[in-house]
Design a binder for this molecule. Structure first.
Ligand code: HT7
Ligand code: ZN
Length: 851
């Protein structure tokens, strides 16, 4: 199979005006009738080539006349019809096997329910079609199934007919009044509990809200429903965007490749991002449910009403929608803490991706398997690019640009350039150089130097940008980079927004009799690395004085990072007592608990790996361990005092309580490394009245390989055996156990009756958790960690290539590690590349990694 190239884009020769579908659902032989009204829209005499994969073709009719096999050509991926007709009805009947569809693309069974996942190119596993986002049609869908087993038959739009049929079957017909590409098609059939509510839009229309969950889960659906209403209101208030159908449905399923899917009027969700209650969900789970509900809801405008011309434009909808959900979360909670958490993810994961073999611009140029491009780069860096536009334009002009975007493109399939042009035209601000962010991969590095002329009272910042050539792009251009900063002096603080557009520029600030201190890149105003050798006293001052919470947090992280680097260089490096003093201040002075929790959290292993060309992972882990222990010992009584102050409170779910729980558990994390405080996690597990505290206790026991872990995790397992989402946590916790015995434990867990590789959440909870979050043993010099991952990736290659391809990430980033480990990781990759039936998903990554 050949890669597709952005520059080769050609509009379709045919339009599909309407699509009438009829599904007769059966586990292994679902019949799909697809009646399309097709019109030739170019004057080229091209044949009609429909996409289709893994389909059994039953019949083809052209204007109601059955075609013989000589009148069409069929191969593994397409159905070609040689016709000169301009305007015709084509009816295709196919048969599919949802029960054995373990790839979870197209129509599949999740437990007892039928459901679909069509983005990016899953619709072609349902029927032959022009499976591309710029072909938009009006859909009518009739669903037929056994009435008892499948009382709910759902699809997009409005219900227009329903009734009983022979043999205990029934049907429901749905019509979606909006034009849509087939990737937004959805169908669900099953037996559910339904949480019903309604929302009245600003203009006074009443929208029915329906949330479908497995029977018995109704109490866990309230939070999702509340989140949906908040999202609807926020989008009206912030962007003037109102919902457009009379009904909005969400279905939660247990088997799902990703978080959720924004199908028009019928979102399908991984149950992980719907279900939540006090005893089974953590504070982070609650936060994520709200964020994912919001994300999918926001897609109704950024994605559905205005969609992508082609899949290279994916960030058009994803970057913009992530930006919108981040802003929403910031408004619902602490904007500062939300921002810090987003930056952590970006630095730890996206920077790594952008430095690895699969690096690509937010608008990729070459794609073999589209599923490989639902990446941190397209999503998170894409959101940073939108955020930079927001910074450059300011709130009001950003809104003007958005308004123009919807005015121009409602109902259309457009490009990233179309978006940026609308933002520029709507605001009157030139974004032509800015567009390079869409086509350039890699993380820019800013090199910052300061100088001070006392006589002239002139402070000068010299900033250079380095865009390192990469294998994929040997020449890079200068980017337009918005830099927010604050100058701190004794008597004043001034905020500035400067834009760097050349490879090096000077920025002068006059009127300073003493050199000011720079809080650089406030709010993390651009997705860059910063090389700015500020003095330690300066960083310490920024930590307390900067107006921007990101700057305060980041200064602390920079200090910690320096000491960790020093420890990597020299394990005998003496950590300064000042660090304890600074931490003590954070811990004991008044302030927002959630922010304190972030300030007291060390940079993660992944974030740190990113800062080295190459690193021995164990050396880095040892350095982290040393600094953790140093702080734990230096502040044991303060941590313990805070821990006690914040313990023993009855659970509440408000922002303040959530922040205090986070802070309490950070204290517990440090204390868990000290032998004197071993009873704390044990007691917290026994006394907890909520999942956040329960999980924290077990988590720290796993990380410290506590002797009490096996007994308490067994208790946990017995308690939650029947609750899949909590059993995911149970597997995850065990995968983190940090001592040699982990390999025996993994071998036992693989045989556990509930370890079901076919369930993506479960696969990720064991294999993903171990390879991502147990680095000391993943990188074990025996190679057992790498082998464990490779073995499961090989198995998943046949079961679910999308999941296999996501899990392989830690192996393809081998270049970051020392040569011994590189060699071992490469061996695993080479072995994988020799698999028979290697999926396109894995092939693309292995070729990139080994090529
Ligand atoms: N737009 C969706 C992307 C997606 C997806 C979702 C679930 C399963 C498979 C999928 N492939 C692509 C999710 C989103 O960004 O909202
Ligand atoms: Zn999305």
């Amino acid at each position: 199979t050949n890669a597709r190239i952005l520059a080769d884009y050609q509009p379709s020769d045919f339009a599909i005006l309407s699509t009438e579908l009829e599904f007769d659902l059966a586990d292994q032989a679902t019949r799909v009738v697809n009646k399309m009204h097709i019109e030739r829209i170019t004057d080229k005499a091209q044949p009609l080539i429909l996409d289709g994969e893994q389909l059994k073709l039953i019949s083809v009719q052209l204007n109601n006349i059955e075609l013989s096999e000589s009148q069409y050509q069929l191969n593994e991926t397409s159905l070609t019809i040689d016709t000169e007709a301009q305007d015709f009805i084509l009816t295709v009947i196919t048969e599919i096997d949802p029960l054995n569809n373990t790839a979870l693309e197209g129509l599949f069974k999740s437990g007892d329910a039928f459901c679909t996942q069509c983005e990016a190119e899953g619709f072609r596993r349902i029927t032959y079609y022009l499976d591309r986002p710029d072909v938009m049609a009006k859909f009518t869908t009739k669903v037929i199934a056994d009435k008892k087993q499948y009382p709910y038959l759902l699809s997009n739009g409005n219900k227009i007919a329903a009734g009983d049929l022979a043999n205990g079957k029934h049907f429901v017909t749905w019509q979606d009044p909006f034009l849509k590409p087939c990737y937004l098609f959805a169908l669900v059939a099953g037996d559910f509990d339904v949480l019903r509510s309604s929302y009245t839009t600003v203009s006074g229309r009443e929208v029915a809200l329906e949330l479908f969950v497995d029977r018995g889960n109704l109490p866990k659906a309230e939070h999702a429903m509340t989140s949906l209403k908040k999202s609807m209101q926020w989008d009206e208030q912030t962007f003037g965007l109102e919902y457009d159908l009379d009904i909005y449905m969400i279905v939660a399923v247990d088997f799902f490749n990703m978080g959720a899917m924004e199908n028009k009027g019928l979102n399908v969700f991984n149950s992980k991002f719907v279900l939540a209650d006090q005893s089974s969900a953590t504070d982070t789970d609650y936060f994520n449910v709200e964020a994912v509900i919001a994300h999918e809801y926001f897609h109704n405008w950024t994605g559905n009403r205005v969609t992508c011309r082609d899949w290279f434009q994916l960030s058009l909808k994803e970057g913009l929608t992530v930006f919108r959900d981040q802003q929403f979360s910031g408004d619902m909670h602490s904007a500062a803490v939300t921002r810090i958490q987003n930056v952590r993810v970006l630095r730890a994961q996206q920077f790594a991706e952008d430095a690895g073999p699969m690096a690509h611009p937010i608008r990729p140029e070459k794609v073999l398997e589209m599923n490989n491009f639902y990446t941190l780069t397209v999503y998170e860096k894409g959101a940073e690019v939108i955020r930079m536009i927001h910074t450059l334009l300011g709130q009001d002009k950003f809104r003007q640009g958005m308004d123009l975007y919807f005015q121009r493109f409602d109902g259309m399939a457009v490009t990233c350039d179309d978006f940026v042009d609308a933002m520029a035209d709507g605001s009157g601000i030139d974004l032509s150089q800015f567009k390079r962010w869409y086509s350039q991969s890699g993380t820019p590095e800013l090199i910052v130097k300061e100088s001070f002329d006392k006589q002239q009272q002139l402070f000068t910042l010299t900033i250079a940008q380095v865009n390192k050539p990469s294998k994929q792009q040997t020449e890079k251009q200068d980017l337009l980079i918005p830099i927010k900063l604050e100058l701190l002096s004794d008597n004043e603080k001034t905020q500035h927004l400067i834009t760097l557009s050349d490879s090096q520029q000077k920025f002068e600030f006059s009127g300073y009799s003493v050199k000011p201190i720079v809080a650089f890149l406030s709010g993390f105003s651009a997705p860059v690395k910063v090389n700015f050798p500020q003095r330690e006293q300066e960083l310490a001052l920024i930590m307390v004085k900067a107006s921007d919470a990101f700057n305060r947090w980041d200064a602390g992280q920079q200090l910690l990072t320096r000491y960790i680097h020093a420890l990597v260089q020299d394990a005998d490096f003496t950590l300064p007592q000042d660090l304890v003093v600074a931490f003590k201040q954070i811990l004991t002075l008044p302030g927002d608990a959630a922010l304190k929790a972030e300030q007291l959290t060390l940079p993660s292993f992944d974030e740190l790996v990113e800062q080295f060309e190459q690193i021995d992972p164990i050396k880095l882990l040892d350095a982290l361990k040393q600094i953790r222990l140093f702080l734990a010992q230096g502040l044991a009584s303060e941590f313990h005092q805070q821990f006690q102050r914040l313990s023993g409170r009855a659970y509440q779910n408000d922002g303040q309580s959530i922040g205090e729980r986070a802070l309490k558990n950070v204290c517990l994390a440090y204390l868990s490394h000290l032998s004197d405080y071993q009873s704390l996690t044990v007691n917290q597990y026994q006394n907890a009245d909520n999942m956040t505290d329960t999980l924290a206790a077990l988590h720290y026991q796993a990380l410290t390989a506590s002797a009490r872990f096996s007994e308490q995790i067994k208790d946990f397992e017995q308690k939650w055996y029947q609750t899949p989402l909590v059993m995911d946590k149970c597997f995850m916790l065990q995968a983190l156990f940090a001592d040699e015995s982990i390999f025996n434990k993994l071998a036992v867990l693989e045989q556990h009756p509930l370890f079901i590789l076919k369930n993506p959440n479960r696969a990720r909870s064991l294999i993903g958790a171990f390879s991502h979050n147990n680095p000391r043993y993943f990188h074990c010099l025996s190679g057992r960690g790498y082998r464990f991952l490779a073995k499961h990736v090989a198995a998943l290659n046949d079961i679910n290539p999308q999941v296999a391809s996501r899990l392989i990430t830690p192996l393809i980033q081998f270049k970051k590690f020392d040569s011994k480990r590189q060699a071992m990781m490469k061996t695993e990759l080479v072995n994988l590349s020799q698999l028979s039936n290697l999926s396109r998903d894995l092939k693309e990554k292995l070729d990139a990694a080994l090529g």
